[in-house]
Design a protein around this ligand. Sequence first.
Ligand code: G3P
Ligand code: CA
Length: 291
Amino acid sequence: MVKPPGSEPRRSRRTGPTPLTLRDRPLVIAHRGASQALPEHTLGAYRRALEQGVDGLECDVRLTSDGHLVCVHDRRVERTSNGRGPVSTLALHQLEALDWATWRNPWRDLDEDALDDDPLASFVTLERLLDLVKDWGRPVDLVIETKHPTRYAGLVERSLVELLHRYGWARTRRGVRSPVRVMSFSWISLRRCLEMAPGLEMVYLMERVPLRYRDGTLPLGASVAGPSMEIVRAHPEYVEAAHAAGHEVHVWVANAATDIELCAAIGVDAVITDDPEGALRQLTARSTRLR
Ligand code: G3P
Ligand code: CA
């Protein structure tokens, strides 16, 4: 990967993962946890991904009616739980009472090994996920996606930054990089975060690359480009353009072996995947082969 002078990666955390220049494979980020194996955004899915050895975890965050940030992808809870309604109209205790696992395993009730109140099957608050990362025993990145539009608008970012401050993760301290990156399709959301926490890394997600950013540049303040896998398949040259403009490239969602191989071959910095175990196995084997 060719990087112009002055565009060294921003991974300066002394105790953190290997700097990109020294790494021989893309980072593997678990999309909603190990979500191909277990119900997305559950504690079990996140723990499984960590046990598999991922470099980072991805989550979506939404605000509950009583002001808690919770990790749920959809605006409403119907697809992934036995409840009804928008996340934003439900209180934390209501969300905690729902079943977030059976939708992936309709026979769960008949499974003697599945505990009724299995904490691993519960969805997680962002605070719970931050604790998991903090206590895991090795450096792990956490990539937090703010979902918009939402009725709470800027309150999401304010709550997020306040929470990160409590962990000391809203800024770089004494040269130690925060393990958190904020990610969004909404540039307004990222800008709000940047205003409150200028030291945080921002990933600008794209389903299509706007004309003015096709040269690899990003809105001022965004450090990482987050194109979809479809973009990278259609325009692999975008990765080199983003690198030349000084930006890392984190691609979502890379599941197929051919996509993982393409990402590695063209120097993508991180793959966000539903199958972190498969991606790690493939990328490790590839590095060994090329060594
Ligand atoms: O990692 C980015 C990706 O998660 C964006 O799409 O819909 O899965 O949140 P979505
Ligand atoms: Ca997401």
